[in-house]
Design a protein around this ligand. Structure first.
Ligand SMILES: Nc1ncnc2c1ncn2[C@@H]1O[C@H](COP(=O)(O)OP(=O)(O)OP(=O)(O)O)[C@@H](O)[C@H]1O
Ligand SMILES: [Mg+2]
Length: 337
């Protein structure tokens, strides 16, 4: 049983939960009053947020102080790197060199970690070592640590959203036929092509639900609050508002579909004997009415489902319908394999 709870501080919503055996407990979600990620908050905003987090922890009935928190994917660099077969020290040098080319921070201001995903035994043909590399700017991890100190909790670890999302769905992922996890948040969308143990690709799109709301507000000349309510009521359903919502949101969703297809095609080219199993949608944006049927139609043949990390757990029924927005939090709260 995990001693820690999971904490996901999204730009619009903050989520907390704990896993006790087969039960999901201490589930709390609240609005992020700043509407920003941590690195953009002033000290006063951080102090106010810390007070709110203390309240949330209290209302969740959590007594333990240990926490695993996620760092927004928008603030870190993470990707799959492939290298020819080489020794571990050579690999460390090669990763460092690659990062120096792509991360706009001096090496002494970045914390790097990596996991070897695939290391062929023998050198045959062009087989490569596949490594998942994460680089976190020190000022980003410092900002999270500082906030958690204000909240008076003990971070067991901080991790980016990708491992947490994979852990949340690991029981339904298969290495030989991976799935594309798509977490549609407010400010960004995380895409991961993953099996149980392997990551084949990942991508961060710097737009999500907020951009859709803004488009609706601009098109219908509504306030952001009214546009949010329009979006939640009508979604992208074709026969609503004479198809206007569909035409407003279509460019954003088509762009997302383009990225899903690119990921899928690149996997297919590298693994001609395998196929993408399904697309699993999570995050608040995945509730958009009409989204699943639109994606299913556009992705011809690939199953598209709403992810439910609580599917084999006992949870208060009032939170069951919120399962998709708790995917990252669930993965943080789960024990590491
Ligand atoms: N019923 C709904 N229909 C459409 N969109 C919705 C619905 N419910 C929530 N959303 C959208 O989901 C988004 C919030 O999702 P979520 O809580 O996963 O984001 P976040 O974690 O705060 O953001 P980020 O991860 O980008 O920092 C908002 O943009 C909101 O408009
Ligand atoms: Mg989020």
């Amino acid at each position: 049983m995990a001693a820690h709870f999971g904490l996901d501080i999204g730009s619009t919503s903050i989520k907390i939960l704990k896993i006790d055996g087969n039960k999901v407990t201490s589930v709390v979600v609240a609005q992020n009053p700043t509407g920003k990620n941590i690195t953009l908050m002033s000290n006063a905003e951080k102090i106010a947020l810390a007070d709110q987090l203390k309240e949330m922890i209290k209302s969740a009935g959590l007594r333990g102080k240990q926490v695993v928190a996620s760092i927004s994917e928008s603030l870190i660099y993470s990707r799959i790197m492939k290298f020819p077969i080489m020794s571990s020290p050579e690999l460390a040098t090669a990763i460092k060199w690659e990062l120096d080319q792509s991360v706009p921070f001096p090496p002494n201001e970045v914390e790097t970690s990596w996991a070897v995903l695939e290391k062929p035994d023998k050198l045959k043909g062009d087989e490569k070592i596949s490594v998942y590399v994460v680089a976190v700017p020190t000022k980003v991890s410092d900002a999270y640590v500082q906030l958690l100190e204000l909240v008076e909790v003990e971070p067991v670890r901080l991790e980016n959203e990708i491992p947490a999302l994979i852990r949340a769905f690991s029981s339904s992922l298969i290495d030989s036929s991976p799935s594309i996890l798509v977490d549609i948040g407010a400010s960004g969308t995380v895409l991961i092509l993953a099996g149980k143990e392997k990551i084949f690709g990942n991508y961060y799109l710097p737009y999500g639900g907020s951009v859709m709301t803004k488009l609706v507000a601009d098109t219908f000349r509504l306030s952001i609050a009214q546009a949010e309510s329009y979006k939640r009521t009508y979604g992208m359903v074709e026969d609503q508002l004479e198809g206007k919502m569909l035409s407003v949101l279509k460019p954003v969703i088509d762009n997302l579909i383009g990225e899903i297809k690119k990921m899928s095609i690149s996997f297919q080219n590298e693994h001609p004997d395998s196929t993408v199993n399904r697309v699993i949608l999570t995050g608040g944006g995945s509730y958009l009415l009409g989204l699943i049927s639109y994606l299913s139609k556009s992705l011809e043949g690939t199953e598209v489902v709403l992810g439910n990390p609580f599917f084999d757990k006992v949870v208060d029924p009032k939170y069951q319908a919120l399962a998709p927005i708790f995917s990252i939090t669930y993965g943080l709260a789960a024990d590491q394999p």
